[in-house]
Design a protein around this ligand. Sequence first.
Ligand code: NDP
Length: 284
Amino acid sequence: MTAQILDGNALGQKLRAGFKQRAEELALQGMRPGLAVILVGEDPASQVYVRNKVNACAQAGFHSEKHAYPADIEPSAVFDKIAELNADPKIHGILVQLPLPRNFDTEALLDAIAPEKDVDGFRAENVGALVQGQPCFIPCTPYGAMKFFEEAGISLKGKEAVVVGRSNIVGKPMAMLLMHAGATVTVCHSQTRDLKAHCLRADILVAAIGRPKMITGDMIKPGAVVIDVGINRLPDGKLCGDVDFESAKEVASFITPVPGGVGPMTITMLLANTLESAERSANT
Ligand code: NDP
């Protein structure tokens, strides 16, 4: 068996075309969806992610602003900027690019974002609403992963889903979304005993670990759907996922590549959340 590729670039483009149209409808009311991105420090990967987000906004006809600070900036200056953006009617979404320098209290800074502009969905209110199945901003990476199932017509009801990784930004919200969609979910992490045995039970396997090619073909149930969230840079400079694509694609029924899978969908769903926030604000 060779797995079908779940193409994040193609799905992202399709969804973004729809967002552009919705942004044009808002423009008729004199409004443009606006995203502010805050970047602290000089981490090269973060700089690339921020650039991609700003470019995606421009292509979709959104307004965007980048606020970049050196790593040694006083945290209070960034808190002040967030307060200013919270009150700015041009801005419907505020994103703080993570990770932040060590002297920052990440939780406190994310909590400073107004809940109605928390398009990353990381604030405690949003997380609580997600757990309760109430309307909320769904964190962009797991939201993007869910879109693959929808697009490919993959039903999750009654399926065994295994999520490897339990971070607040990927693993935990991913598990919650899969559970809401009717899957029976197991969450694995660094203390899990016999990871392979868990993975081999999975009809749906999501890898969000941050370890290059850790999930190999022999850990995958034949016919499983594999979502690879990992983005790892190899010594030769190439990117790879947490799944060993070459061996996995011979066993899985569907698989996301890296690059070109979950990554572009994360940015796409950031646009979706920003647009939704702008539409809510237009309707109030
Ligand atoms: P974290 O480092 O926050 O979490 C990694 C998780 O993997 C932890 O729960 C950790 O367990 C678990 N883990 C580590 N080693 C093992 C192991 N040997 N066996 C089982 N579990 C293990 O990472 P993130 O969730 O933020 O990101 C995960 C990956 O996804 C990274 O490669 C990141 O770059 C990528 N990413 C990609 C995005 C995209 O847009 N495509 C967006 C966000 C992230 P424990 O909790 O016990 O430490």
